[in-house]
Design a protein around this ligand. Structure first.
Ligand SMILES: Nc1ncnc2c1ncn2[C@@H]1O[C@H](COP(=O)(O)OP(=O)(O)OP(=O)(O)O)[C@@H](O)[C@H]1O
Ligand SMILES: [Mg+2]
Length: 246
Protein backbone atom coordinates (compact mmCIF):
# COMPACT_ATOMS: atom_id res chain seq x y z
CA UNK A 1 0.00 0.00 0.00
CA UNK A 2 1.41 3.47 -0.80
CA UNK A 3 2.27 5.47 2.28
CA UNK A 4 -0.31 8.16 2.98
CA UNK A 5 1.02 11.66 3.50
CA UNK A 6 -0.49 13.15 6.63
CA UNK A 7 -1.70 16.68 5.98
CA UNK A 8 -2.46 18.35 9.28
CA UNK A 9 -5.28 20.85 9.87
CA UNK A 10 -4.85 24.13 11.69
CA UNK A 11 -3.02 22.53 14.69
CA UNK A 12 0.28 22.56 12.84
CA UNK A 13 0.15 26.30 12.19
CA UNK A 14 1.35 28.98 14.56
CA UNK A 15 -1.40 31.00 16.22
CA UNK A 16 -1.20 34.76 16.52
CA UNK A 17 -3.45 37.04 18.54
CA UNK A 18 -5.37 40.05 17.27
CA UNK A 19 -2.74 42.65 18.22
CA UNK A 20 0.06 40.67 16.57
CA UNK A 21 -1.90 40.35 13.34
CA UNK A 22 -2.87 44.02 13.30
CA UNK A 23 0.75 45.02 13.89
CA UNK A 24 1.83 42.87 10.92
CA UNK A 25 -0.87 44.36 8.67
CA UNK A 26 0.06 47.92 9.67
CA UNK A 27 3.81 47.33 9.37
CA UNK A 28 4.11 49.36 6.09
CA UNK A 29 3.23 52.48 8.12
CA UNK A 30 6.57 52.16 9.92
CA UNK A 31 8.28 52.66 6.54
CA UNK A 32 6.05 55.59 5.56
CA UNK A 33 3.96 53.50 3.13
CA UNK A 34 0.31 52.53 2.94
CA UNK A 35 -0.86 48.92 3.43
CA UNK A 36 -3.28 46.77 1.46
CA UNK A 37 -5.13 44.03 3.26
CA UNK A 38 -7.87 41.76 1.93
CA UNK A 39 -10.32 39.64 3.96
CA UNK A 40 -11.85 36.71 2.08
CA UNK A 41 -14.61 34.42 3.33
CA UNK A 42 -18.11 33.08 3.21
CA UNK A 43 -21.02 35.21 4.38
CA UNK A 44 -21.08 35.46 8.19
CA UNK A 45 -17.50 34.22 8.51
CA UNK A 46 -16.32 37.40 10.28
CA UNK A 47 -14.79 39.66 7.60
CA UNK A 48 -16.58 42.90 8.50
CA UNK A 49 -16.11 42.30 12.25
CA UNK A 50 -12.34 41.98 11.73
CA UNK A 51 -12.20 44.86 9.27
CA UNK A 52 -13.90 47.23 11.71
CA UNK A 53 -11.10 46.44 14.21
CA UNK A 54 -8.43 46.90 11.56
CA UNK A 55 -9.82 50.24 10.36
CA UNK A 56 -10.03 51.46 13.98
CA UNK A 57 -6.41 50.50 14.62
CA UNK A 58 -5.22 52.10 11.37
CA UNK A 59 -7.20 55.33 11.75
CA UNK A 60 -4.73 57.09 14.05
CA UNK A 61 -1.99 56.73 11.40
CA UNK A 62 -3.83 58.57 8.62
CA UNK A 63 -5.58 61.88 8.12
CA UNK A 64 -8.55 60.46 6.19
CA UNK A 65 -10.55 57.27 6.67
CA UNK A 66 -13.16 56.69 3.98
CA UNK A 67 -15.31 53.56 4.17
CA UNK A 68 -17.77 52.23 1.60
CA UNK A 69 -20.36 49.91 3.05
CA UNK A 70 -22.94 49.21 0.40
CA UNK A 71 -24.16 45.93 1.89
CA UNK A 72 -25.13 46.60 5.47
CA UNK A 73 -28.29 48.41 6.49
CA UNK A 74 -26.60 49.64 9.65
CA UNK A 75 -22.87 50.05 9.29
CA UNK A 76 -20.52 48.96 12.10
CA UNK A 77 -17.85 51.41 10.91
CA UNK A 78 -17.24 54.70 12.74
CA UNK A 79 -17.48 57.99 10.90
CA UNK A 80 -19.84 60.61 9.63
CA UNK A 81 -22.27 59.14 7.10
CA UNK A 82 -22.15 61.01 3.82
CA UNK A 83 -24.07 60.52 0.54
CA UNK A 84 -21.01 60.67 -1.71
CA UNK A 85 -17.28 61.39 -1.63
CA UNK A 86 -17.92 65.01 -2.67
CA UNK A 87 -19.43 65.58 0.80
CA UNK A 88 -16.10 64.73 2.46
CA UNK A 89 -14.93 68.34 2.18
CA UNK A 90 -17.69 69.38 4.62
CA UNK A 91 -16.76 66.74 7.26
CA UNK A 92 -15.36 68.16 10.49
CA UNK A 93 -12.05 66.75 11.74
CA UNK A 94 -11.97 65.25 15.26
CA UNK A 95 -9.79 66.67 18.06
CA UNK A 96 -6.69 65.01 16.59
CA UNK A 97 -7.41 66.36 13.12
CA UNK A 98 -8.56 63.02 11.65
CA UNK A 99 -11.55 62.87 9.31
CA UNK A 100 -13.62 59.66 9.16
CA UNK A 101 -16.55 59.15 6.81
CA UNK A 102 -18.78 56.31 5.66
CA UNK A 103 -20.26 56.67 2.20
CA UNK A 104 -23.89 55.59 2.29
CA UNK A 105 -24.82 52.88 -0.18
CA UNK A 106 -28.16 51.55 -1.29
CA UNK A 107 -28.65 49.13 1.62
CA UNK A 108 -28.50 52.07 4.01
CA UNK A 109 -30.64 54.49 2.04
CA UNK A 110 -33.08 52.01 0.46
CA UNK A 111 -32.65 53.94 -2.77
CA UNK A 112 -31.62 51.76 -5.71
CA UNK A 113 -29.93 54.73 -7.35
CA UNK A 114 -27.40 54.93 -4.51
CA UNK A 115 -24.92 52.44 -5.91
CA UNK A 116 -21.45 53.67 -5.08
CA UNK A 117 -19.28 54.88 -7.98
CA UNK A 118 -15.84 53.52 -7.15
CA UNK A 119 -14.12 55.27 -10.00
CA UNK A 120 -15.22 58.63 -8.60
CA UNK A 121 -14.05 57.58 -5.13
CA UNK A 122 -10.75 56.27 -6.49
CA UNK A 123 -10.04 59.53 -8.27
CA UNK A 124 -10.91 61.60 -5.18
CA UNK A 125 -8.63 59.44 -3.01
CA UNK A 126 -5.80 59.78 -5.51
CA UNK A 127 -6.24 63.57 -5.33
CA UNK A 128 -6.34 63.51 -1.51
CA UNK A 129 -3.13 61.47 -1.45
CA UNK A 130 -1.28 64.33 -3.15
CA UNK A 131 -1.44 66.13 0.21
CA UNK A 132 0.68 63.27 1.64
CA UNK A 133 -1.28 63.05 4.90
CA UNK A 134 -2.33 59.40 4.61
CA UNK A 135 -5.64 58.03 3.34
CA UNK A 136 -7.30 54.75 4.28
CA UNK A 137 -10.04 53.33 2.08
CA UNK A 138 -12.19 50.62 3.68
CA UNK A 139 -14.22 48.67 1.13
CA UNK A 140 -16.77 46.33 2.65
CA UNK A 141 -17.41 44.41 -0.56
CA UNK A 142 -14.61 44.71 -3.05
CA UNK A 143 -16.51 42.96 -5.85
CA UNK A 144 -18.85 45.98 -5.90
CA UNK A 145 -15.86 48.08 -6.94
CA UNK A 146 -15.47 46.10 -10.17
CA UNK A 147 -19.10 45.07 -10.61
CA UNK A 148 -18.20 41.41 -10.12
CA UNK A 149 -15.78 41.48 -13.08
CA UNK A 150 -12.20 40.36 -12.68
CA UNK A 151 -10.89 43.60 -14.18
CA UNK A 152 -11.16 47.20 -13.09
CA UNK A 153 -13.23 48.88 -15.75
CA UNK A 154 -14.04 52.46 -16.45
CA UNK A 155 -16.66 52.86 -19.12
CA UNK A 156 -15.53 50.59 -21.93
CA UNK A 157 -11.82 50.69 -21.17
CA UNK A 158 -9.76 48.58 -18.79
CA UNK A 159 -8.33 51.39 -16.74
CA UNK A 160 -9.55 52.89 -13.53
CA UNK A 161 -8.56 54.78 -10.47
CA UNK A 162 -9.18 51.72 -8.30
CA UNK A 163 -6.40 50.00 -10.20
CA UNK A 164 -4.12 52.97 -9.59
CA UNK A 165 -4.87 52.88 -5.88
CA UNK A 166 -3.96 49.20 -5.72
CA UNK A 167 -0.93 49.27 -7.99
CA UNK A 168 0.66 52.64 -7.25
CA UNK A 169 -0.95 53.98 -4.07
CA UNK A 170 1.39 52.34 -1.57
CA UNK A 171 4.12 54.98 -1.82
CA UNK A 172 1.49 57.74 -1.81
CA UNK A 173 0.40 56.61 1.68
CA UNK A 174 -2.88 55.20 0.40
CA UNK A 175 -4.02 52.15 2.38
CA UNK A 176 -6.82 49.73 1.49
CA UNK A 177 -8.65 47.40 3.89
CA UNK A 178 -11.14 45.38 1.86
CA UNK A 179 -13.52 42.43 2.28
CA UNK A 180 -14.81 40.02 -0.32
CA UNK A 181 -16.90 36.85 -0.22
CA UNK A 182 -15.37 35.45 -3.35
CA UNK A 183 -11.87 35.81 -4.84
CA UNK A 184 -13.26 34.84 -8.21
CA UNK A 185 -15.17 38.11 -8.34
CA UNK A 186 -12.29 40.50 -7.76
CA UNK A 187 -9.37 41.46 -10.03
CA UNK A 188 -6.19 39.45 -9.55
CA UNK A 189 -4.34 42.73 -9.02
CA UNK A 190 -6.29 43.27 -5.79
CA UNK A 191 -4.97 39.94 -4.51
CA UNK A 192 -1.42 40.23 -5.84
CA UNK A 193 -1.10 43.81 -4.56
CA UNK A 194 -2.41 42.94 -1.10
CA UNK A 195 0.54 42.65 1.30
CA UNK A 196 -1.57 40.61 3.70
CA UNK A 197 -4.62 38.34 3.40
CA UNK A 198 -7.05 37.01 5.99
CA UNK A 199 -8.90 33.92 4.76
CA UNK A 200 -11.96 32.89 6.76
CA UNK A 201 -14.20 29.87 6.31
CA UNK A 202 -14.99 29.31 2.68
CA UNK A 203 -17.88 27.99 0.75
CA UNK A 204 -16.83 24.39 -0.11
CA UNK A 205 -16.99 25.11 -3.82
CA UNK A 206 -14.21 27.70 -3.47
CA UNK A 207 -11.60 25.19 -2.31
CA UNK A 208 -11.09 23.37 -5.64
CA UNK A 209 -10.52 26.77 -7.23
CA UNK A 210 -7.84 27.61 -4.65
CA UNK A 211 -6.20 24.24 -5.30
CA UNK A 212 -6.34 24.54 -9.11
CA UNK A 213 -4.85 28.04 -9.13
CA UNK A 214 -2.27 27.16 -6.42
CA UNK A 215 -3.46 30.19 -4.55
CA UNK A 216 -3.03 28.11 -1.38
CA UNK A 217 -0.70 25.18 -0.81
CA UNK A 218 -1.90 21.77 0.45
CA UNK A 219 -1.37 22.58 4.14
CA UNK A 220 -3.11 25.93 3.83
CA UNK A 221 -6.02 24.34 1.95
CA UNK A 222 -6.45 21.75 4.67
CA UNK A 223 -6.27 24.47 7.32
CA UNK A 224 -8.91 26.61 5.58
CA UNK A 225 -11.21 23.58 5.33
CA UNK A 226 -10.87 23.09 9.12
CA UNK A 227 -11.11 26.66 10.39
CA UNK A 228 -13.30 27.22 13.44
CA UNK A 229 -15.98 29.88 13.75
CA UNK A 230 -14.55 33.35 13.02
CA UNK A 231 -11.02 31.98 12.66
CA UNK A 232 -8.91 32.98 9.71
CA UNK A 233 -5.67 32.03 8.03
CA UNK A 234 -3.26 34.96 7.98
CA UNK A 235 -0.89 35.24 5.01
CA UNK A 236 1.90 37.75 4.69
CA UNK A 237 4.65 37.74 2.11
CA UNK A 238 7.89 36.25 3.38
CA UNK A 239 6.32 34.86 6.53
CA UNK A 240 4.88 31.52 7.56
CA UNK A 241 1.09 31.26 7.41
CA UNK A 242 -0.64 31.61 10.80
CA UNK A 243 -4.11 31.17 12.30
CA UNK A 244 -5.92 33.90 14.21
CA UNK A 245 -9.30 34.86 15.64
CA UNK A 246 -10.25 38.39 16.68
N1 LIG B 1 -14.25 37.22 16.23
C1 LIG B 1 -15.56 37.33 16.50
N2 LIG B 1 -16.01 37.23 17.75
C2 LIG B 1 -17.33 37.34 18.04
N3 LIG B 1 -18.28 37.55 17.10
C3 LIG B 1 -17.90 37.65 15.83
C4 LIG B 1 -16.52 37.53 15.46
N4 LIG B 1 -16.44 37.67 14.12
C5 LIG B 1 -17.69 37.86 13.69
N5 LIG B 1 -18.59 37.84 14.70
C6 LIG B 1 -20.04 37.99 14.58
O1 LIG B 1 -20.50 37.11 13.55
C7 LIG B 1 -21.46 37.73 12.72
C8 LIG B 1 -21.02 37.69 11.27
O2 LIG B 1 -19.80 38.40 11.14
P1 LIG B 1 -19.53 39.45 9.97
O3 LIG B 1 -20.67 40.39 9.83
O4 LIG B 1 -18.20 40.03 10.23
O5 LIG B 1 -19.51 38.49 8.72
P2 LIG B 1 -19.07 38.81 7.20
O6 LIG B 1 -18.01 37.84 6.84
O7 LIG B 1 -18.76 40.25 7.07
O8 LIG B 1 -20.39 38.43 6.38
P3 LIG B 1 -20.97 39.09 5.01
O9 LIG B 1 -20.12 38.55 3.89
O10 LIG B 1 -22.36 38.56 4.95
O11 LIG B 1 -20.88 40.56 5.14
C9 LIG B 1 -21.65 39.14 13.27
O12 LIG B 1 -22.80 39.16 14.10
C10 LIG B 1 -20.40 39.38 14.07
O13 LIG B 1 -20.63 40.27 15.14
MG1 LIG C 1 -19.64 41.78 6.01
Amino acid sequence: MPQQTQIPGTESLRRLNRDQVIALILEPFTHGYGFRHLWIGYTGSGKSYANVDLVKAAAEHVKYVIVTDQKNRETAYDGEQIPSISALAACEPDDEGHIEAVIRGLAMTNNVDDTIDFDVIGKAIWQLSLRDEGVLLGIDELSDACEGERVWVRGLIKRSYMRLLYSQGRTKRISIAACTQNVQEVPRAAISNSDTLGIFRQDRKELPYYAATRFLDAIELEAVANLGEHEFLFLKRGQETCVCKF
